[in-house]
Design a protein around this ligand. Structure first.
Ligand SMILES: [Zn+2]
Length: 202
């Protein structure tokens, strides 16, 4: 999928919205991104997962690892769309999650074998922090992270990862302090995206 096609799909289901939003961080923005709105539909999750997997078809991928919760469905679909290995086996999909101390860890019996080639996948990179942490967890567990991927890079290509990284869409999204928001100055009121927001759609 070309970047415009990915954006069109995400906009058509409401996963990318234009307007005036108050984000959970308190910052204001003219663009709201919530990939789960698209990924809740299995056919779109499959389509997006396949598109992201294509970016890495030149690599051997034994396992896809994602940060919970946002990356789980996408990681599963990317693993499904990853070509079978020479012995016919399919890539696995695992995820890392926070423990009681707030540290990212592998749980649930997930393991990575020595020199297993791992692709780290997330839906959106904002600071890239979850992907960085996932890379660290996988490497500490003995895996070899060969690349990282995301549907959307909100930094507009500003992030630097220690591995090859590909996003389907680079989207530079400006956020504003509420006290210094040009959209507020223009006279509109920010809305909080979420369930109420969806319910308020005409
Ligand atoms: Zn505002």
């Amino acid at each position: 999928m070309r970047p415009e096609e990915v954006i069109r799909l995400l906009e058509s289901v409401g996963a990318i919205r234009q307007g005036h939003f108050e984000l959970s961080s308190g910052l204001h923005s003219g663009t709201y991104v919530q990939c789960a709105v698209a990924l809740q539909h299995p056919r779109y999750a499959e389509q997006l997962g396949r598109a992201l997997a294509v970016e890495f078809h030149d690599l051997r991928v034994d396992c896809v690892a994602s940060p919970a919760i946002g990356g789980i469905v996408l990681g599963h679909e990317v693993a499904r769309a990853t070509p079978a290995r020479p012995d016919g086996s399919m890539a696995r999909a695992i995820f890392v999650e926070r423990d009681a101390r707030g540290l990212m860890v592998l749980r649930r019996g997930f393991e990575v074998g020595p020199d297993e080639h791992v692709l780290v996948v997330e839906d959106v990179w904002t600071t890239g922090g979850s992907t960085y942490e996932t890379i660290r967890v996988i490497e500490q567990a003995g895996g070899r992270v060969v690349a990282a991927g995301a549907l959307i890079d909100r930094s507009g290509g500003q992030l630097e990862f220690p591995v090859r990284a590909e996003a389907l869409v680079d989207l530079k999204i400006e956020n504003y302090d509420a006290a210094d928001c040009p959209l507020c100055r223009a006279g509109s009121a920010a809305v909080r995206p979420g369930s109420h927001f969806l319910g308020a759609m005409p």
